[in-house]
Design a protein around this ligand. Structure first.
Ligand code: NAD
Length: 276
């Protein structure tokens, strides 16, 4: 698909990987909808193990794109809520008149031993990381059909193999890959392509506000700060010896948008950490 002039919705776009992907589509001349929790994050602040992006982060991400001459709009969404996903689709259509690409990037993580992992945390990880893909894709489907659209789901290397104390997150990312394959097989008759990207280790809130703080990671790598832990993980586990970036994920997303004969793949972008 030619990207210039198309409408791309990116969820979880207020920061991190989503913000990088949104900026890259805008640089290619797309009309980009940056979708994130916005003000609704304030309502839930404190009820997750690290802060999710709020209203000001979403506005700032959109301002940065506009300052570079990009075309974008910021719309609040909770991807785990059906009505909110329909609202996102309706507003995107009102503003740009069409929807061509959906990047299901919004995600949350919670880790910890299975023995006392909270059911509520399990449910939220699945509600955002799996049901969110289903709900927004379903809401956008009639419009994607018209335009032979593209869906890109952000999974993870944790969707390719299991890691200790990551049962809910790994299961949700395996599910995201299974859903990607099923959607790709089903929607091919409508010429809609569906692919996943599996990032390795990207220095975002997910790492710095959660994973690098885990006692287990610190003990494993003999480190005492979040930076040292993240750097040790990269040094000790990534064959290419460098972290992955939002720009790396954006490059993969642009490729998957343009690659007319590619559907159902889960493209690992992880410096060799996982090779299948
Ligand atoms: P992040 O926490 O910086 O970004 C996630 C974004 O999703 C946040 O802006 C957050 O507000 C938003 N979000 C959370 N719940 C939402 C909801 N219900 N509705 C709408 N938005 C919601 O983390 P990130 O690392 O940029 O993560 C982006 C994606 O990449 C996630 O799916 C994550 O699982 C995946 N991923 C990240 C890494 C990594 O190393 N950082 C590795 C593999 C996969």
């Amino acid at each position: 698909m030619e990207i210039q002039g198309k409408t791309v919705i990116v969820t979880g776009a207020a920061r991190g990987i989503g913000r990088g992907i949104a900026a890259a589509y805008a640089d290619e001349g797309a009309n980009v909808v940056l979708a994130d929790l916005g003000a609704t994050a304030a309502e839930t602040a404190g009820d997750w193990n690290y802060a999710l992006a709020g209203e000001s982060e979403l506005a700032k991400a959109a301002q940065e794109i506009k300052a570079r001459g990009g075309i974008c709009a910021a719309i609040e969404v909770d991807v785990s809520d059906r009505a909110s996903c329909h609202n996102l689709v309706d507003k995107s259509l009102e503003i740009y008149g069409r929807i061509d690409v959906i990047v299901n990037n919004a995600g949350v993580i919670q880790t910890g031993p299975l023995v006392d992992f909270a059911e509520r945390d399990w449910d939220r990880v699945f509600a955002v990381n799996v049901k969110g893909i289903f709900l927004l894709s379903q809401a956008a489907l009639p419009h994607l059909k018209v335009n032979r659209g593209v869906i890109i789901n952000i999974a993870s290397v944790a969707g390719k193999r299991g890691f200790p104390q990551m049962g809910a997150y790994c299961a949700s990312k395996f599910a995201a890959i299974g859903l990607t394959q099923s959607m790709a097989a089903e929607l091919a008759t409508d010429s809609i392509r569906v692919n996943a990207i599996c990032p390795g280790n990207v220095d975002t809130s997910m790492w710095f506000d959660h994973l690098s703080k885990s006692e287990r990671q610190r003990r494993l790598h003999g480190t005492d700060t979040v930076e040292a832990t993240f750097n040790a993980v990269i040094r000790n586990t990534i064959p290419l010896g460098r972290e992955q970036t939002p720009a790396d994920m954006a490059e993969a997303a642009l490729y998957l948008t343009r690659a007319e004969n590619v559907t159902g793949v889960s493209l690992v972008v992880a410096g060799g950490f996982i090779m299948n």
